[in-house]
Every structure is written in C-alpha cells, then in structure tokens.
Design a protein around this ligand. Structure first.
Ligand SMILES: Nc1nc2c(c(=O)[nH]1)N[C@H]1C(S)=C(S)[C@@H](COP(=O)(O)OP(=O)(O)OC[C@H]3O[C@@H](n4cnc5c(=O)[nH]c(N)nc54)[C@H](O)[C@@H]3O)O[C@H]1N2
Ligand SMILES: Nc1nc2c(c(=O)[nH]1)N[C@H]1C(S)=C(S)[C@@H](COP(=O)(O)OP(=O)(O)OC[C@H]3O[C@@H](n4cnc5c(=O)[nH]c(N)nc54)[C@H](O)[C@@H]3O)O[C@H]1N2
Ligand code: SF4
Ligand SMILES: [Mo]
Length: 686
C-alpha cells in the first residue's frame, strides 16, 4: 500500500523570508516541496528555487559517500573511502596539528543552512574544545548589522507584516522580488491600498520596475542621499520635535551635519537630479505612516556602515516609529530567543583565547606565512555551509590559498563545489529534507522547526552528526572529547535551542512554527536597546573605530579612473541563492549564462552589442562573460549578476575574480559593490 506523508519543515537558506515548508513524501521519496498555507508570512508560496528542492536533493551529482583526493590540489579528482577511514584520518591529522598549535586550524562556515543545529551547535563545540582559531563571520551582513546596533542597540525594527499598512515604502538597497519575495507580498498589499513605493537602487531591478519611483543612484552614495533628505526635513520643518527631544541622542550635531548637505550637493555625489531628492524628502516628510525596507545590498561598500547609520536615523526625525506601520526594517534577528551559548558552549575554550580570522579576507589569510602579529600559518581548514572559492572576494587569491599542497582541507557539502574541488576530504552532508533543525529569521519574527522528511541519501550525515562522529574519534586521542555534550542528538539540540524561552517546543512539533511575543511598534515610546535608551545619532563608542561618531558620507575605495572607469556591482541572480542552485539545470537555464548588464551608452562606446562575449577586467584579474543590454544598468555602472561557480565560467572565473579584500568602515565586511572595472569585447572563442 502506498504511504503518503506531509512533513513540516523550514527553508534553510540565507534568505530573510524563512518559509515554512510542507514536503509530500510518497513511500519514502519526497515528490514535492510547497509553502505551508497556515504560516502567514509564507502564505503557501515558495520562490522558484526552493520549489525545485527535490531536483536539488535527488540531483545525480550529489556527493553521497566520503571522498579522498587522488589528484593534485584543486583538481577535483577523488576516490571513495569509507566513513571509518575518512574520520580516523581527519581526526588524526587535526589532533597532530592541534598538539603543535590548535590556532593553525580554522573552521570556515557561513549560512548555507541558517539552522541553529546544522549551522552553529556541535561544530562550535568541537572547535572550541580543540582551541581552533575563531572565525569572524562578516561575509554578508556585518557592516549593516553593527551599524544598526550602533544606532538602535540591536538588530531590531518594524514587524514585516505591518508594511501592508504603510502609506509610503522606501525599498532601499533591496531587490525584494528576487531576494525578499514574502516582504514584497506585503508591499503589494500596501500598494493596492494606495501606498506609494519608491525604490533606491543603482540597478533598475525587477523591483524598481514595479515601484512608482526609482532613484537610480551611484553605488556607495546612500549616506549622501540620506543626509540631503534630512536637510530637506529640517528646512521644511517636517520634523517630530517631541520625538527628537525625548528619544534621540546627538540631534544638534546631526542637524549641523545634515545642513551641509543641500540636495544639489548630494545630487552631484549620487548622480541624481536635485529635484528627485526634494520630491522624495517631501513624500517622506509628509506621508504617515512611512516605512523603510532597508536591505543589505547598500552596505557592501567602504562606507556601508555609515550609510546604514544615516538611513537608520531618518524614522526618528519624522517620528515614524510612533505607528506600527512606520519605521525601518533591516534585520529582525535580534528578536531571536535562541540559547546560543547552550548550543555552542564557548566555555569549552577554558582560559584559551584563540585569535579571530576574518572570513572575508580568506584569500590573504590562507596565503599568509604566519608571524608574531598574525600567529601561526593556517595548516588546516574545515569548510561547511559555505563555498568560499566562489563567494569570497578576490577569488584568484582564495583559489591560490586553497590550492596550497600543504593545507589540509576538509569540506562538508552536498556537491563538488569550487571549494570542494580543493579538498583533501569531501564529506557528504544531508539536505534540509533529511535532518532536524530549528530556525529563526532575519526578515520576520517566527521560529520554525524542520523535521526530516526522508532518510539521509546514500551515506550522507548531518553536519552535527559529522562533528559528533569526529569528536568520538578524537576521544581516543584527547579524553575531553568523550564528554556527554559531544553526544547530544540533533533533536535534543533543537529542544535545547528554545529551552526556558517563550517558545513552546510542543507547539513547534505540532504546527511547525511559533510566534515570538513582541510589541507591535518597537520604538513607539523610544526604548531603544542602546546604552542611552535613545536612537543614537551620535554614538561616542564609534570613536574607537577611528571613524566619525556621526553618520557621514564615506566615498568608495574604488572611484572610477580612466583605466577602470566603470563601477561594478554584483547582486544575486533571482534563481540562485548565492552560489547554491547554480548547478540545478532548470534554474541555471533561467539565468542563461554569466552576464554583465551595461548601459547602452557604455556599450556603444566600446562597440559592444547585446549578447557579445566580453572581458571584464581590472588589476586583479579578468572575467569572461556576455553582454546584457537590457535597460537595467545606469550609465557608468555595470552589473555582474552572481553567483555562478568559477568552474562554470568560460575562463574559469566568476565576478569575484574582480572584487577586492578591503573592508567596510563598520563591521569588517567585504566591499563587493565597491569595485572599478573596464570592459572590452572579447575575441570569439575558438
Ligand atoms: N533569489 C535570491 N535571493 C536571495 C539571495 C540570492 O542569492 N538569490 N541571497 C540571499 C542573501 S545571502 C542575502 S544577504 C540577501 C541579499 O539581498 P539584499 O539584502 O536585497 O541585497 P542585494 O541583493 O545584495 O542587493 C539588493 C539591491 O541593492 C542594490 N545595490 C547595490 N549597490 C547599492 C548601493 O550602493 N546602494 C543602493 N541603494 N543599492 C545598491 C543592488 O543593485 C540590488 O538590486 O538576499 C538573500 N536572498
Ligand atoms: N560578488 C559577490 N559576492 C558575494 C555576494 C555578492 O552579492 N556579490 N554575496 C555575499 C553574501 S551576501 C553571502 S551571504 C555569501 C554567501 O556565501 P556562502 O555562505 O558560501 O553561500 P553559498 O554560495 O550559498 O554556499 C553555501 C554552501 O553550503 C552548502 N550547504 C547547504 N546546506 C548545507 C548543509 O546542511 N550542510 C553542509 N555541509 N553544506 C550545506 C551548499 O551546498 C553550498 O555549497 O556570498 C557573498 N559573496
Ligand atoms: S529561499 Fe527564501 S523565498 Fe525561497 S523558499 Fe527559502 S525562505 Fe522562501
Ligand atoms: Mo548574504
């Protein structure tokens, strides 16, 4: 008899929407993955990517057994080995290095899965016990997050559902239709009720197409725009004086700064018309409630932190926080109730204080010889939930680092990614359909539980299981690894994440999601999470970073020059999730091939026609792709939609061949969208 089950889960991907999933399983095989109708934010709708989840899970190229390198480093040539052989050898190698100096070992992970268990639990316990180097996880959001925290005291903001009631929505540095679809549903609801939608983005994105207005500014100029908006709010007295007096810190100083930014000055910096800025200021100053959906696209530049701070000040000027449909949302993850310390057990470090290495400069980190300031040369790296060879900046250096013959590299993944190609061992990990996990969200404020829908495929094991198994091997070499906390099951870790919180695990088991109890309008009466309890326009603590304590416009590192006159941004493609899904044929077909969008004038000046094969280059390298003259790029800016795998690129590169490793003003984050290039037509391939 056929057995049909419907299993509730959570989308694991690095996406603000954190959808609730329902997987239909027939006789042990997952046949479809759908959105849970009962979960309000998901509304039964998934994006195209995760609708194809079974295609990814049952992909013919999935790694289903442990692999050991046989070819030279980076060749991607492997032979199958047993789990016993792989684990024994890995434990012995890591132990030997740790005996000399555990800081020569580096874990490298990001948000391939956002799950608390498969992303940040047993793995952390393992590396803490080992005393390995710590990883500064900056590759995506730390500029914006730390800037937001320096202004509001945490990653806090509007509840996403209330955007449906806003009268004006600024969609700022966000291609919501591509990367925050379930917020877009609320924005559409507001639009139907008569709200005005304004998009602020250097690219004419799919989202810009559907907004009433589009300010197509130059990359890295958002702080100048925000300061000019403040200028107009001040000179027209569209201010909430009472809110400013009671709930903000540093208003006089900020006001003096903003008065230096008349719209004409900002217009020059931003590449906009002064009139556009005036119109936006009028809308923002006179429409209530006004809401800002700020997203991470605008903070991947040198001044990204300052820009987030400048924009984050705006709602306090007009008192937008007074209503639940007013204010700003960048990330809601500060609402998360999770017991991170219980999951990660930092106390296992004991008195040791290992160095911290920045994931965004992994190229330089792996190529460093080691010295007194840096500490020991990195001898081993364990990568999981990330594909640094494709996603980290300046990838020629990243690839050269991973190609070191003397580096011992272990990669846990589902596929032979660009990074896995450089491994000594590839260990097969389970997908979200095959393991337990528990999830918060950075775009809404619910908690979701993911139950396994199907058995692990092949010999795959969950990340947490792999670290439990490694700990068990290590126990014979170091008894500390025999402790009971190295045996907690995935399900037990899920329970531990919400033990003694407002979240009821039984409710999660029943319906798959639960709400965190929160106020509707977080800062209606002030109550910011900062030390002063106020919205900190001026934050004296920032002086320690050597930056201005008031938000300022900080120009990009790479101003266009005659040699490299075009600014390149490389936001995500709609049908990929970072580099995940780039190997799913049906989705890759929709994205066609690696493209560079150009303005018709920039193309004409170079004799380039739509579809032409191009060389995009700067002093760091060259990337070969094809021209898309589709009306989306503005003059002076080119758009290399990411993130293809390097090995899919015509010359074995992707856009990160061109990006650099310099870091943002706040948050030590990469500056992917602060990158000058030149473009030329390439010879036809032989
Ligand atoms: N489909 C899809 N969804 C995704 C992802 C994906 O790869 N694909 N990635 C996920 C991840 S990890 C993240 S962090 C988020 C990213 O999603 P977002 O936080 O929205 O950030 P980005 O997509 O990087 O950029 C958003 C928009 O900002 C614009 N932008 C670039 N530079 C600037 C600038 O200087 N100023 C302004 N105002 N705008 C700028 C880009 O053109 C882009 O349209 O999306 C998540 N969701
Ligand atoms: N040029 C440019 N570069 C960028 C960006 C950009 O906009 N432009 N965006 C940046 C941003 S915002 C981010 S967040 C980073 C993202 O960079 P990464 O965090 O590296 O994200 P992905 O490329 O999606 O790679 C995640 C990997 O984790 C694997 N994975 C998924 N689930 C599991 C699991 O349960 N277990 C294991 N072991 N593996 C799993 C997937 O198969 C995939 O290979 O890229 C950054 N790089
Ligand atoms: S990637 Fe985002 S939109 Fe797509 S299913 Fe996952 S959470 Fe939802
Ligand atoms: Mo990200």
């Amino acid at each position: 008899m056929t057995h049909i089950a419907q299993v509730r889960g959570a989308c694991p991907h690095d996406c603000p929407d954190t959808c609730a999933l329902v997987t239909t399983v027939v006789d042990g095989t997952a046949i479809k993955v759908q959105g849970n109708q009962e979960h309000a934010h998901t509304g039964g709708v998934l994006c195209a990517k995760v609708s194809k989840y079974t295609e990814r899970t049952y992909h013919a190229e999935r790694v289903l057994q442990p692999l050991r390198r046989v070819g030279p480093k980076g060749s991607g040539r492997f032979e199958p080995v047993s789990w016993e052989q792989a684990l024994d050898d890995i434990a012995a190698r890591l132990h030997a290095i740790a005996q000399r100096d555990p800081e020569a070992i580096l874990p490298y992970s990001y948000a391939g899965t956002m799950g608390m268990v498969q992303g940040e639990s047993m793995d952390r316990r393992f590396f803490h016990q080992l005393g390995a180097s710590l990883l500064d996880r900056t590759i995506c959001a730390s500029a914006g997050s730390e800037a937001l925290a320096a202004t509001y005291g945490g990653k806090l903001g509007m509840r996403v559902e209330f955007f449906a009631e806003s009268r004006l929505i600024l969609i700022w540095g966000s291609n919501s239709i591509a990367s925050n679809l379930h917020f877009w549903r609320y924005a559409q609801e507001a639009k139907r009720q008569g709200a005005k939608l304004v998009c602020i983005d250097p690219r004419k994105s799919e989202t810009a197409d559907k907004c009433h207005e589009h300010l197509q500014l130059l990359p890295g100029t958002d702080a100048a725009l925000a300061l000019a908006l403040m200028h107009e709010l001040i000179v027209n007295d569209w201010l909430d004086h009472d809110y400013l007096a009671q709930h903000t810190q540093g208003w006089d100083a900020l006001k003096a700064r903003a008065l230096q930014w008349p719209p004409e000055r900002a217009a020059q910096v931003c590449g906009l018309e002064a009139e556009q800025i005036r119109r936006l200021a009028r809308d923002y100053g006179t429409t209530k409630p006004a809401a800002i959906r700020l997203n991470y696209g605008m903070q991947r530049v040198r001044g990204g932190g300052n820009a987030v701070r400048a924009i984050a000040c705006l709602p306090a000027l007009v008192g937008a926080w007074r209503e639940r449909a007013g204010g700003l949302l960048l990330s809601s993850s500060g609402a998360s109730p999770f017991k991170r310390a219980a999951l990660q057990m930092p106390q296992l470090l004991g008195p040791r204080r290992p160095r911290t290495l920045n994931m965004s400069t992994i190229g330089d980190v792996l190529l460093h010889q080691g010295d007194a300031a840096f500490g020991p040369r990195v001898e081993a790296v364990v990568v999981y939930n990330s594909n640094p060879v494709a996603v980290a900046p300046e990838s020629a250096k990243v690839a050269a680092g991973f190609a070191r013959e003397d580096l011992f590299t272990v990669v846990l993944d589902h596929f032979l990614t660009d990074t896995a190609d450089h491994a000594d061992y590839v260990l097969p990990a389970t997908t979200q359909l095959e393991h337990w996990d528990i999830h918060g969200s950075y775009g809404h404020t619910d908690v979701l539980l993911n139950r396994p829908a199907i058995a692990p495929q092949g010999q795959a094991r969950s990340n947490a299981q792999i670290f439990r198994d490694l700990a068990a091997r290590m126990a014979s070499l170091d008894p500390a690894f025999a402790a009971a906390h190295f045996q907690d099951s995935d399900e037990a870790l899920c329970r531990m994440a919400v033990a003694d919180t407002a979240i009821d695990f039984e409710e999660l088991l029943q319906q798959g999601f639960a709400h965190i109890p929160l106020p509707e309008a977080p800062f209606a009466a002030g109550g910011f999470a900062t030390p002063s309890g106020k919205c900190e326009f001026d934050n004296p603590a920032l002086a320690r970073l050597g930056i201005n304590t008031l938000p300022d416009h900080v120009p990009n590192y790479e101003a266009p020059t005659t040699e490299f006159p075009l600014a390149m941004i490389s936001p995500p493609a709609r049908n990929f999730l970072n580099s995940t899904f780039a190997n799913v044929a049906s989705l890759a077909r929709m994205e066609e091939r690696p493209l560079l969008e150009l303005h018709p004038d920039d193309a004409a000046a170079r004799g380039i026609a739509d579809g032409d094969r191009l060389r995009v280059f700067n002093a760091r390298g060259e990337h070969v792709c094809h021209a898309a003259i589709n009306g989306r790029a503005r003059a002076g800016v080119v758009v290399g939609l990411g993130l293809w795998w390097r090995k899919h690129g015509e010359n074995g590169t992707n856009v990160n061949e061109l990006t650099h490793q310099q870091l943002s003003d706040i948050g030590r984050a990469p500056c992917f969208y602060d990158c000058a290039v030149q473009v030329a037509k390439a010879e036809i391939a032989a």
